[in-house]
Write a protein that binds this ligand. Structure first.
Ligand SMILES: CC(=O)N[C@H]1[C@@H](OP(=O)(O)O)O[C@H](CO)[C@@H](O)[C@@H]1O
Ligand SMILES: [Mg+2]
Length: 532
């Protein structure tokens, strides 16, 4: 009872702005920082309940991710380092939008529905800056780490050290050890080959990269830019900027053919790129990363004589060339889910090895318990020949290098660097695995984006009537073309995607489909204009 009294008193210090309703979405709550005070307080309360319910440590991440600095966000992390379940997303929305005088009622409602024993102790890790001392007192405040580092620590904590030690040093040690073991298999690397230009998006990733560097013992020569010493978070830099604009970030001094990568603000996304001798920019996005990693793993499985099913999980935004290459050439199972990493993560859990990446560079690899056990047992097998032994060891180190809890820019970067080193590949060699189909993404503003309903992993629209038929007949006019529309989960827009054999065709198709959305789904403002 005293607990409730304290909550009631303290909550008055964090009043909900009049008329503000927010929804716990793909990335938790995300809005202008000035609207988040009451959300931070209430998410502290919810995290405490989640911890009591699961009898585990829960994480709370406060971050703007890839959004502008003025924005901020908060999300909860479940015991195994995963996103919180759908049911609890609902509770989060319910608590966030409760009026001041019904907050206690909503809390009690959740406690009753979930049958939570309030005398259980609670343990919560918080990263970022909780605004209230009560919240801080309830939780272990962990200071600044990347989003994936927090996911990692929460998982370590709840698996009693099986996954690693629950500290930032533990993270550096685990990953660097695995990385050094892998790069031992890459002979005669020059300093140039070890060199990587990293754009830190002026976010936390840059700081953490600097902290990690000594652990990598000059097996990587990192050149950091946008390290937060001057520029603004995600402004003209970072993974989202590079992916959407299809150009290099500001403040990076790129030589011809040099390998470069960009993190997003909280370092859970990464994209690679380089410029060729003609000054052309080449993007190596999430699809290229998934292809590189799955090809490498498949080869190791064959060498190790392991019969494990490997699948790549993508969304509708995956470039058609990547899907075709994986299915037709690599003979890898490809599965498509709705946008949003939680959907990809769940789908990837269905396979022995599930490689999942959104085209924007958020992704990781999941190994089933059974697959990990088989690999560990083979490592100890005295009867295997040298090739087999090497392959199994590489698999073991690769598992250790991957952050299986969530997409992680630092971990993904180290995996990519190791794979390129082991295979003796340059960024150009990697890029040449397949050629992306030219594509275009546009946004259309409509009065209510919910009029668009989709099916088949968001690849087909079932409403409004006639929209899908129109898209189908437009697509037929172009070669190697594909197009789909869906309401965004994070912005008040309808997203249009089109790809075709040439950039002109992709642009023209995207424009025609935008017009169809504008006309059939209640477009507002000016009619979409052609791109050329
Ligand atoms: C096309 C695209 O990149 N969509 C992004 C974006 O979702 P939308 O629902 O498209 O707004 O933000 C999500 C959260 O960060 C991310 O998971 C997703 O990939
Ligand atoms: Mg992010």
């Amino acid at each position: 009872m005293a607990q409730f009294e304290e909550v009631s008193q303290k909550s008055k210090l964090h009043p909900k702005p009049e008329g503000l309703t927010l929804q716990y979405g793909t990335a938790g709550f995300r809005t202008h920082a000035k609207h988040l005070d009451h959300i931070m307080f209430r998410m502290g309360l919810l995290a405490t309940l989640r911890s009591k319910k699961t009898k585990s440590t829960i994480g709370v991440m406060v971050t703007a991710s890839h959004n502008p600095e003025e924005d901020n966000g908060v999300k909860l992390i479940d015991p195994m380092g995963e996103m919180v379940t759908a049911m609890w997303e609902g509770y989060a929305t319910q608590l966030a939008n409760a009026e001041q005088d019904s907050l206690l009622k909503e809390l009690k409602d959740i406690i009753e529905k979930e049958d939570i024993n309030m005398s259980e102790p609670a343990s919560v890790y918080v990263v970022g800056l909780p605004t209230d001392m009560t919240v801080q007192r309830l939780m272990n405040y962990y200071g600044l780490v990347t989003t994936p580092q927090l996911h990692y620590m929460v998982c370590c904590c709840n698996t009693h050290g099986c996954y690693g030690s629950p500290t930032v040093e533990g993270y550096y040690q685990k990953l660097s050890q695995a990385f050094l073991q892998l790069t031992q298999n890459a002979l005669n690397r020059t300093d140039d080959q070890k060199r990587l230009l990293v754009d830190g998006a002026n976010g936390i990733g840059a700081l953490k990269m600097r902290e990690m560097e000594p652990f990598l013992r000059s097996e990587m020569q990192v050149v950091l830019s946008n390290d937060g010493s001057s520029g603004k978070l995600n402004h003209m830099c970072g993974a989202d900027y590079v992916k959407v604009q299809q150009k290099a970030p500001q403040g990076m001094n790129m030589g011809v053919g040099e390998r470069c990568c960009s993190f997003d603000g909280d370092a859970d996304r990464i994209v690679y790129y380089y410029t060729d001798s003609k000054g052309c920019f080449h993007l190596l996005d999430g699809d290229k990363i998934a292809t590189l990693i799955s090809t490498y793993l498949k080869e190791l499985l064959t060498q190790a004589g392991l019969n494990l099913q490997i699948a790549v999980v993508q969304t509708a935004y995956a470039n058609g060339s990547s899907t075709r290459y994986l299915e037709d050439v690599m003979k890898v199972t490809v599965c498509c889910t709705k946008t949003g990493v939680k959907h990809l993560h769940h789908a990837a859990q269905e396979y022995d090895i599930g490689v999942y990446f959104e085209a924007n560079g958020h992704g990781t690899v999941l190994f089933s318990k059974a697959a990990q056990k088989q690999i560990q047992e083979l490592v100890k097998d005295p009867n295997s020949n040298d090739e087999r032994k090497r392959a199994v060891k590489l698999l073991e180190s690769t598992i250790n290098l991957i952050n299986q809890t969530v997409g992680d820019a630092i971990s993904d970067m180290l995996v990519i660097e190791a794979v390129l080193a082991i295979r003796g590949m340059s960024a150009q060699d990697w890029d040449a695995i397949y050629t992306d189909l030219p594509n275009r993404q546009l946004k259309v503003t409509v009065s209510d984006r919910r009029v668009i309903d989709t099916t088949d992993a968001e690849r087909r629209a079932v409403s409004p009537e006639g929209l899908q038929d129109t898209i189908d007949s437009l697509v037929k006019k172009y070669k190697s073309a594909r197009s789909f529309v869906r309401p965004s989960g994070t912005e008040d827009v309808v997203r249009v995607y089109a790809e075709a054999d040439t950039q002109e065709s992709a642009d023209s198709l995207a424009h025609e489909v935008s017009l169809a959305v504008y006309r059939l789904a209640g477009g507002i403002g000016d009619e979409p204009k052609p791109l050329h």
